[in-house]
Design a protein around this ligand. Structure first.
Ligand code: NAP
Length: 295
């Protein structure tokens, strides 16, 4: 028998992440009794109705959250605190507020002043995604075997943290609880810097002379193509991530620039040992990812 996690769950922002959660819940009936879905865009809500992803589908944020035992914000990072502020007076006493935002510190700082004492705010960042967005992009297995990073502030009740953990385990994810700033540093390294590099490489290719640019596209399979997949991600989402995790991102970018300069120097000097050692480290990391089922 499926163990009920929440009576009513409200998902705000049924895009890639939100609609993947909803699909998973539809595939496992019983985890949540009633699904309420809200978005500001009527076209998105129409798609959610067509896909049958919610029991109640509404653009009325206030009505959406009133009965919810858990409200999950799946909107871009820059919209999390404003949406939380708007719904806070209307949430049910004792409810859980969670979000899936990719950055933490600036969101927590912006949201905390609006938080009610009787609401538990437990952010949870699923480390899973694709370059696609919107309600049609989601799929029920998106979180399978992926990490979900929980960053509750000190003082949040353990049983509430356990409820959110159980929810994400039911989504197929593995759970790690960590401090907010540690989260931002880790994500700057494993996600935000790679995206920055991918966007930049595509920009560099695009500014090459016309004849060279067309050849880049012709021969992209040799490595460039993998960067273009990442670089196809949503501009609003990534603008918000870069601006909201600027300190941690600039710090790892500095480190990367130094390492790239060291590699350039090794090539200039014909320093075979450094070149081989750097490439070998990359291969070792790839092997570890495969062993951890994260590749
Ligand atoms: P998405 O597919 O673009 O969906 C975002 C949804 O939020 C859309 O339905 C959007 O509606 C809605 N929205 C935007 N601004 C809003 C506002 N001010 N008020 C109400 N709704 C609003 O994005 P996503 O990829 O699912 O990302 C959602 C969150 O998950 C982000 O915080 C992101 O950082 C995080 N995340 C993403 C990934 C990933 O790889 N994609 C991975 C982990 C976590 P409109 O169409 O009207 O804009």
């Amino acid at each position: 028998m499926t163990h009920r996690l929440f009576g009513t769950l409200c998902v705000i922002g049924p895009g890639l992440i939100g609609s993947s959660v909803l699909r998973r819940l539809r595939a496992q009936p019983g985890l949540v009794e009633r699904l309420v879905v809200s978005d500001r865009d009527p076209a998105v809500l129409e798609r959610v109705r067509c896909l049958d992803l919610g029991d109640i589908v509404t653009d009325d944020l206030v009505a959406a959250v009133g009965e919810a035992d858990c409200v999950m914000l799946c909107v871009p990072v820059g919209a999390i605190a404003p949406v939380a502020e708007a719904i806070m007076p209307h949430m049910k006493p004792g409810a859980i507020l969670t979000d899936v935002g990719s950055t933490r510190r600036s969101v927590v700082d912006a949201l905390t002043p609006h938080l009610r004492n009787d609401i538990s705010y437990i952010p949870a960042h699923p480390m899973a995604g694709t370059e696609h967005s919107g309600p049609d992009a989601g799929f029920a297995t998106l979180f399978e075997d992926r990490w979900c990073l929980l960053t509750p502030e000190p003082g949040i009740q353990q049983d509430q943290i356990e409820r959110v953990s159980a929810f994400w385990r039911a989504m197929g994810a593995r759970i790690r609880v960590m401090d907010v700033d540690h989260h931002d540093t880790i994500c700057a390294m494993v996600s935000h810097l790679p995206h920055l590099i991918a966007f930049t490489i595509c920009g560099t290719a695009d500014t090459l002379a016309e004849d060279m640019r067309s050849e880049v596209l012709d021969f992209a399979a040799s490595g460039f193509r993998d960067f273009t997949r990442i670089a196809a991600s949503d501009p609003t989402m990534w603008r918000d991530i870069f601006l909201n995790n600027s300190d941690a991102l600039l710090s790892v970018l500095d480190r990367f620039s130094q390492d790239a300069a060291a590699m350039a120097q090794a090539i200039r000097d014909g320093d075979e040992h450094t070149i081989v050692e750097t490439i070998s480290r990359g291969r070792r990391i790839r092997r570890s990812l495969l062993e951890n089922r994260q590749a």
